[in-house]
Write a protein that binds this ligand. Sequence first.
Ligand code: SAM
Ligand code: SF4
Length: 330
Amino acid sequence: MIKDQHGRIHKYLRISLLDRCNLRCFYCMPEEGIPLLPKSHIMTNEEIVEIAKIFAEEGVSKIRLTGGEPLIRKGVENILEGLSKLDVQLTMTTNAVVLHKHWEHLKSAGINSLNISLDSLQAEKMNRIMRRDKFDVIWNNIHEAMDRGLHVKINVVAMKGVNDDEIIDFIQWTKKKPIHVRFIEFMPFKDNNWDWDVKGISYAEIIETIESHFSKESVERLTDRPNDTSKNYRIKGAPGTFAVISTVTHPFCDTCDRIRLTADGKIKNCLFSNIETDLLTPFRKGNDIRPIIHKSIWGKHAARAGMEDFESFANPNLNQENRSMIRIGG
Ligand code: SAM
Ligand code: SF4
């Protein structure tokens, strides 16, 4: 078991397959892109599977593939095939732009649930947010995913003045379709112009907006699963559900069981930590990486890489040290 000094057992590994993306969502990535890692520094397809296997042997039971955009990685189908042989639940977070090319790969890897990012239901606005005209293909792929029986969770980064006027529209969607909408509080990362006072919408504000539109009685609080990062709800009788991921205002670090592995093979023991532990170099030298994994996770802070209160979390001197989300993989 991979355990930290606070007694948390880590069973969930998120692997970033690459730092490249076919979109440029303004809250995640600058328009001009980011300097890419040299190819030789990136884990090969085989290395990803081999390293994941070691994590699975050490107690990891769930693996999420992310990025950048995981589905544009060359050979993603081979990675999926390799990982599907491990005794883990396999899943993915994607922007769905090229999802239609991968239905069979996902199916044969046993993936039956996908997190898909969609910050607006309005084509023009969404295209502006992601700085690419891809709304139609994403929209079609989301619906095809549902038609194919995949469980679809929609990630919405909630931002004041951007999509706060669509909170009710997203909830209306859950009344029509068996979809799970997750509003994510906007988080600070290097160079993403985070300013909570200008763009932040809190968990409390989101729920208040929903309750005042649909009435308090019609909003049902659901039981969260252990290690859930989201607070889950449903409009009574709706086929879909919704949730808020309240990293900024109500961090959920007490039950955190996540390990992040960057595309260049470095462990981040917390999304907000700027300390990384290189696994790839020792792995390439043929060294046993197990003790390195255990040591890295053991040293994890109790909450948000030590930025426990809102003031320190919102302090640019601290939060701007963090790699951008596209490099970490969310
Ligand atoms: N490209 C894929 C996608 O967009 O789904 C996977 C990688 S993306 C970095 C993973 C998730 O992080 C997405 O749902 C995205 O919306 C979220 N994300 C990126 N930057 C964020 C930020 N500043 N605050 C909150 N969520 C963010
Ligand atoms: Fe790409 Fe995902 Fe970041 Fe958007 S959120 S730029 S799709 S990695």
